[in-house]
Structure formats: structure tokens, C-alpha cells
Design a binder for this molecule. Structure first.
Ligand code: 6GU
Length: 266
């Protein structure tokens, strides 16, 4: 998978490229991340990437020419290939796990990081093929959002995670987990490791029992319980099988009702 990232802060990405998952995926050849300094695509002495907004008002706006030239350079380097050009912006569609799965099917993504107060609208209209946001809050630039997208997509690529099973148990993962726990768009179950008794707080007995069927049921029940309590909105959009529905009814009867986090949709 190839990511071409266009940014005024290429050095910003150094740390994430040299740690953990992305370091491994690059070393293993599963991803290649090419950074393009937007200022390399300017044509004036000061390498100007922004200008004042037509119509007046505060702040500066990214000029269209450098962004168009940067994408045209990528096109010239990969002749005959088509690829999505994704503008990172708070106006984009929300990056969910389903969107990361969709993006992971493409072998080549171009990411455009915006900055300052805005980007000339002709970039969104005539250059970008997709616009993505990582949440309903304001960042001063698209770099953090691009880093989030790259990490979330890369961990879906075959051979990147050592244990393929652990990906399927993740919160929000699209598939049911063979070990119980999360998957199918719900939150993951709680996890414990040694010591079995930490300052008097004991690990649930069932996890020490060695009974795999009981462990599976416990994990699935706790995953459903956690989701119902913390993110009841997620349960509305996941298909639950008969066993899950029974477990969920047990949970609703046994524990206190959902916590009232305001997520804007509840
Ligand atoms: Cl992609 N960019 C900016 N500037 N702010 C954001 C964002 C992106 N996603 C959420 N907030």
C-alpha cells in the first residue's frame, strides 16, 4: 500500500513512521509512505502556499496551484494509475472503521493536509475525490488526521498485525470474534493479566477456569454490556445474532442503565 502525503510539515510525520506498527509495516514492505513538502510545488522565492481570502476576513487560505501540482507530480510518477485523492478537512465524511476498511482496499492513497483557516474551494471541487474528517472538533491542520488515517488503514493490511485474530476482536471491527469479546461493531471486552490479585482487586474467576465455552460467553456478555453502558448508539447499527440478543437482554436486566455521556446523538 502506498500513501503519498502532501503537507507543509513533512517532519511532523517522522516520529509516527519510526515507531510501532508503522515502523514494522514499512520495514516489512506492507506500506510505503512518501512525504511531499507542499512548498516544493510553489514557484515564488518565498515558497508561498497561502494567500488572503477573496471577499476579506481574517486568516489565510491555501492557494490551489501547489496542491494541484503536487498531485500532478504523483500522477506523473504512477502513469496510467488512478487513485483516490483524499482531502483531510473537518468538512469531510467521518472516518469510521467501515471507512478505514473501504480505504484499505485501495493500493494507493494520496492524502492532502490542509492548514490555517481554509483551502481554496477548487481543491475540494476539482482535485480531491474524497474528503475525510476524524471527528467533530477543530484541528489547526490535517496532519494529525492524516496520521490517524494512515495508522488505522495500515493495521488492516494483510501481514501487518502479528496475530490476525486480535484485529477481529478490536472494538468496532466488522467481523465477529472467535474468542468472544468485541467485533461486529461493538466495544471490546475487558482484559486482565497477572497478578490475579492486584491490591485486592481480583481477576474474574471464569478467566482462570480454563473453560473455553464459559470464557467465550463471559467475554461476549461483557463486550455487549460495555457497549450498552458506554455506547448504546453502536448497538442500533450492528446485526446481533440470537445468542447476542439473549446475552444483551440478560445484561440489561442485570446492570445499571447506560452512562449519560453526551455524544451529540443521544
Ligand atoms: Cl481532517 N482537519 C482539521 N483541520 N480539523 C479536523 C479534522 C481534519 N478532522 C477533525 N477535525
Amino acid at each position: 500500500m502506498l500513501f503519498d502525503v502532501v503537507t507543509i510539515f513533512p517532519e511532523f510525520f517522522a516520529s509516527i513512521l519510526e515507531h510501532g506498527l508503522l515502523k514494522r509495516a514499512r520495514a516489512g514492505g506492507q506500506v510505503d509512505i512518501r512525504l511531499h513538502d507542499l512548498r516544493d510545488f510553489t514557484d515564488d522565492r518565498h515558497r508561498t502556499v497561502d494567500d488572503r481570502p477573496f471577499g476579506g476576513g481574517p486568516g489565510m487560505v491555501f492557494k490551489p496551484e501547489p496542491l494541484f501540482r503536487a498531485v500532478e507530480r504523483v500522477k506523473a510518477e504512477t502513469p496510467g494509475e488512478t487513485f483516490p485523492v483524499i482531502l483531510l478537512s473537518p468538512q469531510g465524511r467521518l472516518l469510521t472503521q467501515a471507512v478505514t476498511e473501504e480505504l484499505a482496499r485501495d493500493p494507493h492513497l494520496v492524502l492532502l493536509c490542509g492548514r490555517y483557516e481554509g483551502i481554496d474551494e477548487r481543491v475540494a471541487e476539482h482535485l480531491a475525490t474524497d474528503e475525510v474528517s476524524i471527528g467533530d472538533y477543530v484541528l489547526s491542520g490535517g496532519e494529525l488526521a492524516a496520521a490517524v488515517l494512515i495508522e488505522a488503514v495500515t493495521r488492516l493490511l494483510p501481514g501487518v498485525l502479528g496475530n490476525e485474530e486480535s484485529r477481529e476482536q478490536d472494538s468496532f471491527a466488522g467481523t465477529a470474534s472467535p474468542a468472544g469479546g468485541g467485533g461486529k461493531g461493538i466495544l471490546d471486552c475487558p482484559h486482565y493479566t497477572r497478578p490475579a490479585d492486584f491490591r485486592g482487586w481480583k481477576v474474574p474467576e471464569v478467566l482462570l477456569s480454563g473453560n473455553h465455552e464459559e470464557i467465550y460467553q463471559w467475554r461476549r456478555r461483557r463486550a455487549l454490556e460495555k457497549t450498552w453502558r458506554k455506547r448504546p448508539d453502536l448497538l442500533a447499527s450492528v446485526p446481533l445474532n440470537e445468542t447476542d440478543r439473549v446475552l444483551l437482554e440478560q445484561v440489561k436486566g442485570a446492570v445499571s442503565p447506560p452512562v449519560a455521556h453526551s455524544r451529540g446523538d443521544s
